[in-house]
Write a new protein. Structure first.
Length: 437
């Protein structure tokens, strides 16, 4: 029987463990915080629960946080029960490599035929802004706040910063969002980011662009964020969202020969192999694309490959992602930037939701559907949706990209009338007509 040891019980780890067990391996998962890892306990699941709470009638923050922790704990317990049902052994503790095929956990050694590293990542600490858990916070510390921040300064306007800024604004905080770039969400579709920033400002958020934080200091009952240009922004609390660093230090990787990138992430190929035979890696510790769905797929691919199953290498071009703001922003495939730079040849069609009948009924005035296709052949290459529940609406475009469907096939697919998804097929019809003309 093949012995598999997984370091880390997050999505990359537990999904790999399930596949390994189902394929007949003897699987042990090492996890120091709890099954589900940071994703379930204090990252993805809690943050999306908080965002969902902000969409309904406001309740006291302590009650919201209590529900967040309760749901995170329940999800962790569900995953642990599933692992147990499949015969996976879970060991609580801190693991490290003691060689290519050996793992130690607090002094106990485990021999392995296959090792999967799924150790995740940790919020990056901004120099001069060390979190104290009270006024200066990382995004994993907000669930212990006893009361709603009156004046919240969010440093960092990437996905995490934008999501928390929008959620706390909806909960009733006065929010200032500090962006080091000229717009929020610099890594997302520019049209989508422009819509979200306009919505943020209209709802009363202060967005400070092209401003980099030099430090954050406590000021009695508040905080002061000093910018590199000398300006100071005051508030009651500061939430620092400036990226993540991999949990790869001091766990024996270099000694075992596992190659790390200069930024500390584990180097892997498209089937999750590291530089060491029999050692795989999945999830945020690889820095490939820091999404729970990608971590889970990397973990599954690793086990399929390690245990001799047929496997398709990871294709990032088919990965859909979502920004859980209001409105949401969902994307898949090629980007507007790739098209504008000439890296990808594509025809583009963008339809505002304001012209969609269902959107009119629901009072939706912000958002759009954008579709990319290959000139001539009409193959769907990607898309962007800015809308309520865009995370649900992106699926048909993702399926089209995954299966190389054409705009002609998409255009001839029935959609419900009236529906927001009708804008997807309408964009396909317009692209098809353009190709025929």
């Amino acid at each position: 029987m093949t012995r598999v040891v997984v370091l880390g019980g997050g999505p990359g780890g537990y999904e790999a463990a399930l596949v390994g067990a189902q394929l007949g391996a003897e699987v042990t998962v090492i996890e120091r915080e709890g099954v589900g890892g940071a994703c379930v306990l204090d990252d993805c699941v809690p943050s999306k629960t908080l965002i969902a709470a902000a969409e309904v009638a406001p309740v006291p923050l302590h009650a919201t946080n209590a529900r967040v922790k309760e749901l995170a704990g329940a999800q962790s317990a569900d995953v642990e029960r599933r692992l147990a049902a499949e015969g996976v052994k879970v060991v609580r503790g801190s693991g490290r490599l003691a060689g290519p095929r050996r793992v130690t956990v607090d002094g106990t050694e485990y021999d392995a035929d296959v090792v999967l590293l799924a150790t995740g990542a940790t919020p990056r600490v901004l120099a001069g802004a060390a979190p104290d858990g009270e006024r200066i916070l990382s995004w994993r510390q907000v669930y212990d706040l006893p009361e709603l921040p009156e004046r919240l300064v969010v440093v960092g306007s990437g996905v995490t910063g934008a999501e928390f800024a929008g959620a706390y604004q909806a909960l009733g905080s006065q929010v200032t969002l500090v962006s080091s770039r000229d717009r929020v969400l610099p890594g997302e579709d520019a049209d989508a980011a422009a819509v979200l920033e306009e919505v943020f400002r209209r709802r009363g958020m202060t967005v400070v662009s092209q401003a980099r934080a030099a430090g954050v200091a406590r000021t009695g009952d508040g905080i002061a964020v000093t910018l590199t240009d000398g300006r100071v922004i005051e508030g009651s609390h500061c939430l620092v969202c400036v990226g993540s660093v991999p949990n790869t230090a001091d766990i024996g990787l270099e000694e075992a020969g596992v190659v790390l990138a200069p930024d500390g992430f584990i180097t892997v190929d498209r089937v999750s192999r590291t530089s060491v035979s029999g050692v795989y890696a999945a999830g945020d510790c690889t820095g490939v694309l820091m999404l729970a769905s990608v971590a889970a797929m990397q973990g599954r691919i690793a086990m399929w490959h390690a245990l001799g199953e047929a496997v398709a290498p990871l294709r990032l071009s088919t990965v859909s992602s979502n920004v859980f703001t209001d409105p949401e922003i969902a994307t898949v495939g090629v980007t507007q930037g790739q098209v504008e730079s000439g890296a990808v040849q594509a025809e583009v069609r963008k339809l505002p939701l304001a012209t969609n009948a269902r959107a009119k009924m629901q009072g939706i005035t912000d958002g759009f559907v954008k579709l990319f296709c290959r000139p001539g052949a009409g193959t769907v290459l990607g898309g962007v949706i800015v809308a309520p529940r865009a995370s649900e609406l992106i699926l048909p475009i993702t399926m089209a990209v995954q299966n190389a469907l054409t705009v002609d096939q998409l255009a001839q697919t029935f959609t419900i009338y009236p529906s927001l998804s009708g804008s997807i097929t309408e964009a396909a019809r317009q692209l098809r007509q353009h190709q025929l003309s």
